[in-house]
Design a protein around this ligand. Structure first.
Ligand code: ZN
Length: 275
C-alpha cells in the first residue's frame, strides 16, 4: 500500500523549524498541497494562537496535533508551574482545533536515579491534565519515545507502557505513534491492535538512519533509513487510524540546512515512493 499523495501528509513544524515561522509553514503546506500541519508551541506563541488558528483555518489545513505538553518530572514535583503550563498547552490545542495534544512526558528528575518515582510523577501529571483536557474537549496523546531518551526526555518508552497508563486513566487519552520511536519494538503489532481506533491519535513519520550521528537531531527523510514505513502505516490504518501522516524530521546535519521548499518537495516525493 505504498503511495501517499501530499493531501495525506501533515507538516510537523519541527521539520523546517530553523528557517520558517508558522506563517511560512502554513503557506508552504498550501503550496505543496499538504493536508495538515502540526505546530510546535514556540511557533504558535510567536505568531499568536488566535492568529494562527485563523490562518490555519483559512488555509483549509487540518491540525494533526500540537507539540507538546508534558515534562511532568522537570521540577521533581508536580507543582503549579508544571500543571499550569500543561493547561495552557491544552488551551492552545483547543483554540487551533488540534486532533490531540502530544505529550513528551519527561525523564528522570534532576539528580535522580529513581525511575519509578518519575513514572509516578508522569502518571499523576497526565491524570491532572487529562481531567482539564476532557472539559476542553482536547485529546491527550502520550508519545512513547525511544528508550535512549528515558533519562532526559520521556520515561514512557513503549506502546505497551503508554497503553497501560491509558487503561488506568480512561477516556480521552491515547497514543501518538512515531515510527522513529517504536519501529524496533517486537510487540508493536499487538500493541497497535490493542490501542484501537479510539487511542491511535497521531502517526508520525521519518526514518532511522544507520549510523545515527546524533541522538536527537539526526532523523532521516523517509526512504533513507531502515524503517519499513509502509508496513507500519498499514498496521495503524488497519486498526482504525484514519488521520494524516505527520512528517517530523529533526535533522541538524541535513534537512534543517536546506531550503524548506526543497524539503517539502522531497517529502511529497518520498511519500509517493517510500511510505
Ligand atoms: Zn513524534
Amino acid at each position: 500500500m505504498s503511495g501517499l499523495g501530499p493531501e495525506r501528509l501533515s507538516l510537523n513544524t519541527a521539520t523546517v523549524r530553523e528557517r520558517w515561522n508558522l506563517s511560512q509553514c502554513i503557506d508552504g503546506c498550501v503550496r505543496h498541497g499538504f493536508g495538515g500541519i502540526a505546530p510546535w508551541r514556540d511557533k504558535l506563541q510567536e505568531m499568536g494562537t488566535s492568529a494562527a488558528a485563523r490562518s490555519i483555518r483559512d488555509a483549509g489545513l487540518e491540525v494533526t496535533g500540537v507539540c507538546r505538553g508534558g515534562w511532568f518530572t522537570e521540577n521533581g514535583v508536580l507543582d503549579a508551574e508544571v500543571l499550569d503550563e500543561n493547561r495552557r498547552a491544552v488551551d492552545e490545542a483547543e483554540e487551533i482545533g488540534a486532533a490531540c495534544l502530544v505529550m513528551v512526558v519527561g525523564g528522570l528528575s534532576a539528580d535522580s536515579r529513581d525511575l519509578p518515582a518519575a513514572w509516578r510523577l508522569v502518571e499523576d501529571g497526565l491524570a491532572a491534565t487529562l481531567e482539564y483536557a476532557r472539559t476542553a474537549g482536547v485529546k491527550i496523546a502520550i508519545e512513547p519515545l525511544h528508550p535512549m531518551y528515558a533519562a532526559d526526555r520521556a520515561c514512557v518508552n513503549t506502546m505497551r507502557q503508554a497503553l497501560d497508563i491509558c487503561d488506568r486513566l480512561g477516556e480521552g487519552i491515547g497514543c501518538a505513534v512515531d515510527v522513529y520511536h517504536v519501529w524496533w519494538d517486537s510487540e508493536l503489532d499487538s500493541q497497535i491492535a490493542r490501542a484501537g481506533s479510539d487511542r491511535l491519535l497521531a502517526f508520525h513519520i521519518c526514518d532511522w538512519l544507520v549510523p545515527t550521528r546524533d541522538m536527537l537531531t539526526d532523523r532521516g527523510m523517509m526512504g533513507d533509513g531502515v524503517i519499513d514505513i509502509p508496513r507500519l502505516r498499514c498496521m495503524v490504518e488497519q486498526n482504525g487510524f484514519s488521520g494524516l501522516n505527520e512528517v517530523e524530521i529533526f535533522s541538524e546535519l541535513d534537512w534543517w540546512r536546506r531550503d524548506p521548499d526543497e524539503v517539502l518537495g522531497t517529502i511529497a516525493e518520498r511519500a509517493r515512493t517510500a511510505c
